[in-house]
Ligand binder design. Structure first.
Ligand code: ZN
Ligand code: FE
Length: 239
């Protein structure tokens, strides 16, 4: 299974998951169709599935056009069936979504929105976290409560440490400033920041990150109780 990172809009990441043997692919959160179609041009890849983590326009904006042009099926959370454009396959919490060579466990992780989900390709140890867990940050609470977000992150924290985390936006450098301000003695964080700056200088994405890095460096994952987490979330909104 090969992952292609495709930059969309200002700072969004869409991902193509390609089964190299069959050339069947999924796209995660196509913000817009053009960059995806551009990548697929002159390749024999069959974009069979469009997977959405949540309904925000910068994650579903390409659904309709891709579905039309590639004949794909749109896959998303059951609870968001009325706001994910062109949805075909409805998912539930804890279900395993299995099609062709793809197999992912679905986690309902509300907080950023009430219907947010993550796709965990557990055999490959890769998780697509949308706008819930970012590298060195977490999503804003648009619809959910502090407690929902705290519990959603807790679910992700339990996964194997060598899980690769693919998030929805390139916010890592900005996020790192907040982590450092609140965790100034964290040597591992400082090391990670150097690496991040290096990637960005070369115009490379800072994703994927690993769960291990995030557990050690992401201040929102280091918060071990709801009160601390909520306070950090408020502080970050005004940082
Ligand atoms: Zn969002
Ligand atoms: Fe987003």
């Amino acid at each position: 299974m090969k992952i292609e990172i495709i930059k969309c809009l200002q700072d969004n990441f869409s991902y193509l998951i390609i089964d190299e043997k069959t050339q069947i692919a999924c796209v995660i959160d196509p913000s817009e169709a053009a960059p995806i179609l551009n990548f697929l041009k002159n390749k024999k890849i069959n974009l069979k599935y469009i997977l959405n983590t949540h309904h925000h326009y910068d994650h579903v904006g390409g659904n309709s056009e891709l579905k039309k042009k590639c004949n794909s099926l749109v896959v998303g959370f059951k609870g968001d069936k009325d706001r994910i454009p062109e949805i075909d396959i409805l998912l539930e919490d804890n279900q395993i979504w299995k099609e062709d060579k793809f197999e992912a466990k679905i986690y309902h992780i509300p907080g950023h929105t009430t219907g947010h989900i993550a796709f965990h390709f557990f055999k490959e140890k890769k998780i697509f976290t949308g706008d819930t867990l970012f590298s060195l940050g977490c999503g804003r609470l648009f619809e959910g409560t502090y407690e929902q977000m705290f519990n959603s992150l807790k679910k992700i924290k339990k996964l194997p440490k060598d899980t690769k985390v693919y998030c929805g936006h390139e916010y890592t450098l900005q996020n790192s400033k907040f982590c450092l301000a609140n965790d100034p003695e964290n040597f591992k964080l400082k090391e990670k920041i150097n690496k991040i700056k290096d990637y960005l200088k070369k115009n490379l994405p800072t994703v994927p990150t690993t769960l291990e890095d995030e557990l050690e460096c992401n201040i929102f994952l280091k918060a071990d109780n709801l009160k601390t987490f909520s306070k950090l979330r408020d502080l970050k909104d005004n940082f």
